[in-house]
Write a protein that binds this ligand. Structure first.
Ligand code: AKB
Length: 319
């Protein structure tokens, strides 16, 4: 059995990835770690290990004991929170990655997954269909840490043969977990408000188009990348990964197909400046060619799934 460790398992992606691993391979196939206990009962069917991933000693002890084949290192401070605490973001995002890469170099792990982000792009990058090899031009500390991280990953692969794999996620939208501290978080929050028949005030401009992805696609893509034969992986910085692009106005219209009275207002804040620096859409042909990436869920299908899931959750809370 492949032994997996998910670091940052209490986060938005961590929870969803662990749930899928449990469903596919069983709860014992994955151990979970974070600095906080995940507030999701199902996730806790897997063994929980308290870990601050910047603590090299603590990480070594966990890896030595667990004898993991794969580590999914998801712990990070995202774009909006990172701008409030730049040095803490740099410290967490970089030190934890370097600790994992060192452990892999020493042979404690066979394969590493580490997420990058569209935050590596910036004003000098094309806005539409950003090519894989586009200029990286990050304007946030989070983006700078992802850019540096990508090159560290490639360095450890080329110098030491570390099998580290990565994708540049767009904004991720799912109903089983909440995001925290990102610029794309509005696209999850909006469904929660709509489902409760509450008006939502968006912190981005009405016409701000960003690349987004439904969580199930993101989780499937991540596992597909990790299962791909080594020789198929030609990019060791990070793969562009696309699915759909929409603005707050467009997601609002999609939600109104289920909630015609839904009220959407706008009060752009400092996150608008971050969003403006990011591209609108992504060219992910390298991921398609190398390991068969194909998104399945687009905006209206996603809205249907999200609204149904939220309605069910609200029913359960009432009963
Ligand atoms: C954020 O908004 O910071 C993240 C991301 C795009 O990486 N969701």
């Amino acid at each position: 059995m492949v032994r997996r460790l998910v670091i940052g398992a209490a986060g938005q992606l961590g929870i969803e990835l662990v749930l899928q691993m449990q469903a596919e391979f069983g709860p014992n196939s994955v151990d979970i770690s974070d600095i906080r206990v995940p507030d999701n009962e199902a996730v806790l069917r897997s063994k929980f290990l308290h870990l601050d991933a910047t603590d090299e000693g603590a990480l070594s002890r966990i890896l030595e004991e667990g004898k993991y084949d794969e580590v999914y290192h998801l712990a990070a401070m995202l774009s909006a929170t990172g701008e409030k605490k730049p040095l803490a973001a740099w410290d967490l995002n970089m030190q934890s990655l370097l600790n994992i890469l060192e452990a892999a170099k020493e042979g404690w792990i066979n394969r590493v997954f580490w997420p990058s982000s569209i935050a590596v792009f910036g004003p000098g990058t094309p806005k539409n269909k950003v090519p894989q090899s586009a200029l990286l031009d990050p304007t946030t500390v989070y983006g700078i840490s992802k850019q540096a991280g990508e090159f560290w990953c490639r360095y450890y692969h080329e110098k030491y043969g570390v099998d580290v794999r990565s994708v540049r996620y767009p904004g991720l939208i799912g109903h089983r977990s909440l995001p925290g501290g990102g610029t794309t978080d509005y696209a999850v929050e909006i469904y929660h408000y709509a489902a409760k028949d509450e008006a939502y005030t968006c912190f981005l401009r009405a016409d701000q188009v960003l690349p987004m992805m439904f969580m199930d696609d993101a989780v499937r893509g991540t596992l597909e990348l990790m299962n791909a034969p080594k020789e198929k992986i030609t990019i060791r910085t990070s793969y562009n990964l696309g699915a759909m692009s929409f603005s707050p106005t467009e997601i609002g219209e999609s939600i109104r197909q289920h909630k015609p009275q839904f009220e959407l207002n706008y009060a752009p804040d400092q996150r608008q400046t971050i969003a403006e620096s990011w591209p609108c859409s992504i060219d992910d042909s390298s991921a398609q060619i190398d390991w068969g990436w194909k998104p399945q869920i687009m905006l209206d299908d996603m809205s249907e799934i999200m609204m149904k899931a939220m309605a069910k959750e609200n029913e359960t809370l009432k009963s």
